[in-house]
Design a protein around this ligand. Sequence first.
Ligand SMILES: [Zn+2]
Length: 272
Amino acid sequence: MKPVFRLLILSLVSLTFSCQNKTEKSEITKINSIEEPEVIADNQDTFYQYSIWFAFVNKVFDGNLTVKELKTHGDVGLGSFDFLDGELVMLDGVPYRIRENGEINVGQDNDEIVYADAAFFDKEEEFTIEEPFNFSDLASKLDTKKKSPHYFYIYKVHGSFKHIKLGGVPKVERPFTEGLDVLIPNRPVFEAENISGTLVGFYCPDYIGDINARGHHFHFISDDKKWGGHVMDFESSGALEVQSDTKTKYEFDLPVSKEFENVDLSKTFQYN
Ligand SMILES: [Zn+2]
């Protein structure tokens, strides 16, 4: 290498270092600045929930969280739309609505949601699970990878499935007569063979009680975005690529309605 080129490379290297230093300094200044609203940083590391599981189980089926608002709390999510008119799965900031007949579309800003988990996904760990397995095997593998079962975890799991069984929700009308303890065991079920897509998962520690669904809760959206729902079981057909994110902050908003104010929270229901 000619000396003149070496000099040029050295200059470029030192220029890069000085730029990096400048960036670091300016970032430090920004963080310390009193104008910087801390809430933005907090929001990025929060497991957000709309309504409480206990209310959802006990027929609070008319929520007032809009899709537009939901998107300010995360870019991944799962839940159900108002009046159980579709399951929700949000991936990469796009909230999909899957109706009970299997029809799928993108939720519009004014559409309302009755129950949701959401978070800004910040990939912390990535690993591959090679051998074929089912949903309960996946849950066990994820458990062994957790730093502790006492934190909250968000997952994106991509892969191909030999078989997958998904649940929908049946649309309800007022007056609401049955809660989730009756509706979920009788939910519409969709099954597909040889399909690829993403499982979006939220994990809550057992101590959450009936505030949320305990353990692993996953919804699925196919790669072609034509098929999705609540994951009941599956058999994978190859390696699954898992991305995980640990959350140590938890926040929820309660519905503001007469229905919520007067709800009888006597019934309980959990998936596991
Ligand atoms: Zn679900």
